[in-house]
Design a protein around this ligand. Structure first.
Ligand code: ADP
Ligand code: ASP
Ligand code: MG
Length: 443
């Protein structure tokens, strides 16, 4: 059994869906379970429909048009999706009426994208004689916590998924098409797993069903040496370890959802990132063990618009007491930290971009420290074999100082697969281009 996940870019229109179905048919002997995202930009279009509803106008013309045109072109009976349009329109009318849009309503609203796409894909497969069934993820056991917009899949889901789909391991009777990105919490409310969350759905399914491989089909030839939108010559990496993939996703590489690698890693299920536009390319294989190749770095990634907080102790708490107090304050304000550097009396750390909500944290920290908050920063992360860190850092400083870029804070992860540092947002693209040239393009 394999899991095949297709992202929005692979499912943009009827032609792309036909192409994806050809890829599925090529793998049919491997008993594929399909995870589908919403078609194209449907998730963004749904969010735009809310903006219109909040301004008093209920309109789903663009979403309806794309899905009905796709049904028509694929010769799928549109009745399979018509009820969803009515439900969506009612929801938007409700939002327009009460002018309120909570995180819970947001999850309910964006769930329509994936619910529409699985119905069309299954309809098309059946029409061409490949027996398929669509499932909303909660019907096969996906239960999440109550964290709307960024839900975590609960441990109990794994046994439930095995109970509902595990039989396909031995008696494969149809191709399941399962919604990515969505789940329900224990109260029965729809939740979502964070943008790009279909990758996580695929990983959870693969782990629950002990799949041979989890394939994540995108519009690029695998994980590339850096973001191709910054460096057009970025090239695919053939192998990468789970730890490395996890770090690069966490530190901003848009190619994988930040938490998607963990379930596969725990069960040691290989993950392959493939290109639906170039299916014969082998893509990137993510594995638990790699022979320690000579390559120093594998991928450069970055996370823009982060906030750096410098906290310098004003009292004589001693380092232990100071760190404990600082983290207690972060815990109380439910603010999580990405990157950290400390000395005896000071801590620098980074937080995700947030315009509001830092006042309480700042006020609490002010009681024990001098606090400086700096916005508009980028975390640049070098992922790979960074055991020879002094050599990497020497080259990094050399090339960045030649470009006049100031490195502001450095940290090396304990897993020895990443080095991160901070630069200004305005210098991020130049920094990535210069480092890519030095580490990946030099002869
Ligand atoms: P999908 O939604 O189809 O699953 P995404 O759009 O989420 O796919 O991810 C693929 C995109 O990620 C690529 O088109 C590319 O622009 C971007 N990307 C950013 N960094 C990288 C990287 N290091 N390697 C590959 N793609 C990357
Ligand atoms: N459709 C969702 C999004 O656009 C989930 C996904 O594509 O994985 O973020
Ligand atoms: Mg995506």
């Amino acid at each position: 059994m394999i899991i095949m996940k297709f992202g929005g870019s692979s499912l943009a229109n009827a032609e792309r869906i036909r192409h994806v179905v050809d890829i599925i048919k090529m793998h049919i002997d491997e008993k594929p379970l399909i995870v589908a995202s919403a078609m194209g930009d449907t998730t963004d279009n749904l969010l735009e429909a809310v903006d219109r509803a909040l301004a008093g106008k209920v309109c789903i013309k663009d979403i309806r048009k794309l899905h009905l045109a796709t049904a028509e072109e694929l010769e799928v009976n549109p009745d399979v999706i018509k009820d969803l349009f009515d439900e969506l329109k009612n929801l938007l009318s409700g939002i327009a009426l009460i002018k309120e849009f909570s995180p819970r309503t947001r999850d309910y609203l964006v769930s329509f994208g994936e619910r529409l796409s699985v119905r069309l894909i299954a309809g098309y497969l059946n029409r061409i004689g490949v027996e398929a069934k669509f499932f909303d993820a909660w019907d096969v056991g996906f239960t999440s916590n109550n964290d709307h917009n960024n839900g975590e899949i609960l441990e109990e889901s794994y046994a439930k998924i095995d109970e509902t789909l595990g039989h396909l391991n031995s008696h494969y009777a149809f191709t399941p098409i399962i919604t990515g990105f969505i789940a329900k919490n224990k109260n029965g409310n729809i939740t979502t797993l964070g943008r790009g969350g279909s990758d996580l759905t695929a990983s959870v399914l693969g782990a629950a069903l002990r799949a041979r491989e989890i394939q994540v089909w995108k519009d690029v030839d695998g994980i590339l040496t850096t973001d191709p939108r910054i460096v057009s010559t970025a090239r695919p990496v053939s192998n990468i370890s789970f730890e490395e993939a996890s770090e690069l996703a966490y530190f901003g590489a848009k190619v994988l959802h930040p938490r998607s690698i963990i379930p596969a890693m725990c069960k040691k299920i290989p993950v392959r990132v493939k290109n639906s536009y170039n299916p014969t390319h082998p893509g990137t294989l993510i594995l638990s063990m790699l022979d320690d190749s000579n390559e120093m770095l594998r991928v450069l990634t970055f996370k823009k618009k982060v906030t750096v907080v410098d906290i310098v102790s004003t009292r004589m708490l001693g380092q232990y007491g100071f760190l404990a107090k600082v983290f207690q304050i972060f815990d109380e304000h439910k603010v999580s930290v990405d990157m950290l550097a400390t000395s005896e009396v000071s801590i620098s750390l980074t937080l995700d971009n947030r315009e509001n909500g830092l006042e309480g944290l700042e006020a609490a920290l002010d009681k024990i420290a001098n606090v400086t908050i700096k916005k508009g920063k980028t975390i640049v992360t070098m992922v790979g074999n960074v055991r020879r860190s002094s050599e990497i850092l020497e080259r990094t400083f050399e090339v960045l100082s030649a470009s006049g870029i100031n490195v502001q804070m450095i940290s090396q992860g304990a897993s020895k697969v990443n080095i991160s540092f901070i630069v200004d947002d305005s210098e991020a693209d130049t920094c990535i281009r210069e480092l890519h040239r030095t580490f990946f393009e030099a002869a």
